[in-house]
Design a protein around this ligand. Structure first.
Ligand code: ADP
Ligand code: F6P
Length: 319
């Protein structure tokens, strides 16, 4: 392939720019023309496609967000929208497309593949909810941002002997809560993968108090409940003073960590290598620190496994 397109789609994630940079520079290094598609599938539908050169991606490796912009595009879920997108891809002569995004964006990539456009998916989402890869681009940075907030909240909670519930993102996935919670020494980590009752949470807090823990940090994944609601329920059932913090979009911004920059760069290079060999319809990721690629249909059919071992460790070391 000599002419390829790259886009970012769905929720942005720190490290997307580093992936775009790798795609553009490695593509040009291999003699390709690389085109940026603006705002994900919206840009395909609206023909917002422009050529990128080596300098288009200067000074972006350290920036959060995405220079290509991103969007959610419901029209692409309809056949009419897909046909418009494919007509634009053909008009522009793009021979392959690289989609940087999460599972929703990969559903779109699968459709492009099925309709004869060789497409490669790069996992860009803070949620870490793609089953075929150990980590997604943006997850490490989001966890570090959450961790920084947990550390700060811990200082004031300890001083006042309060309970703090910190709600983190992740959609239906508890990984941000699990990793940031363990790293931040949280007393409790509440995730959608591990159902809990308000009674068990209160019992735990009382036991902790009796054991000498006068303040507690509870990290709550958004998929497992709302911090405000939980805070009210605990206050109503116990004598503790409970504060709720929703971290929100701060977790999606900021310069990517070293881990995310390296992952993004490695994934970007592998994606271009595949297209340069005429291979499409695959997703790239990381397993045991090796960059992997596998069939997009297979990747999307896998079921996510929650890290039970890590969760168990968290329970023990937070006692
Ligand atoms: P993410 O990629 O972060 O999971 P979304 O789930 O919002 O984000 O998906 C991003 C975009 O991918 C959607 O707005 C839509 O354009 C496209 N998409 C999602 N699901 C499908 C689908 N089933 N068929 C076609 N396109 C889809
Ligand atoms: O998928 C990334 C994510 O940040 C989720 O963690 C969160 O549930 C969602 O996107 C928020 O979406 P929006 O930015 O549209 O509010």
């Amino acid at each position: 392939m000599k002419k390829i397109g790259v886009m970012t789609s769905g929720g942005d994630a720190p490290g997307m720019n580093a992936a775009i940079r790798a795609v553009v520079r490695y593509g040009i290094y291999l003699g390709m023309e690389v085109y940026g598609i603006e705002k994900g599938y919206v840009g395909l539908l609206d023909d917002k496609i422009f050529q990128l050169n080596m300098r288009s991606v200067s000074d972006i490796i350290h920036r959060g967000g995405t220079i290509l912009k991103t969007a959610r595009c419901p029209e692409f879920k309809e056949v009419q929208g897909q046909e418009r997108a494919i007509a634009n891809i053909k008009k522009r002569g793009l021979e392959g497309i690289i989609v940087i995004g999460g599972d929703g964006s990969f559903m779109g990539a699968k459709i492009l593949s099925e309709r004869g456009i060789p497409t490669i998916g790069i996992p860009g989402t803070i949620d870490n909810d793609l089953p075929y890869t150990d980590f997604t681009i943006g997850f490490d940075t989001a966890c570090n941002t959450a961790l920084d907030a947990i550390n700060k909240i811990r200082d004031t909670m300890t001083s006042h002997e309060r309970i703090s519930i910190i709600e983190v993102m992740g959609r239906h996935c508890g990984d941000i809560a699990l990793y940031a919670g363990i790293a931040g020494g949280a007393e409790m980590i509440l995730v959608p993968e591990k159902p809990f009752t308000i009674e068990s949470v209160c019992e735990n807090l009382i036991n902790n108090y009796d054991e000498g823990k006068k303040s507690c940090i509870i990290v709550l994944a958004e998929g497992a409940g709302r911090a405000e609601v939980l805070a009210k329920e605990i206050s109503a059932r116990t004598k503790f003073e409970v504060k709720a913090t929703v971290l929100g979009h701060i977790q999606r911004g900021g310069g990517p960590s070293m881990v995310d920059r390296i992952l993004a760069t490695r994934c970007g290079v592998r994606a271009v290598q595949l297209l340069s060999k005429g291979i499409g319809n695959r997703v790239v990721g990381i397993k045991d620190n090796e960059i992997i690629d596998l069939d997009i249909v297979e990747a999307l059919s896998l079921k996510r496994k929650f890290n039970e071992e890590l969760y168990h460790i968290a329970e023990i070391v937070s006692l």
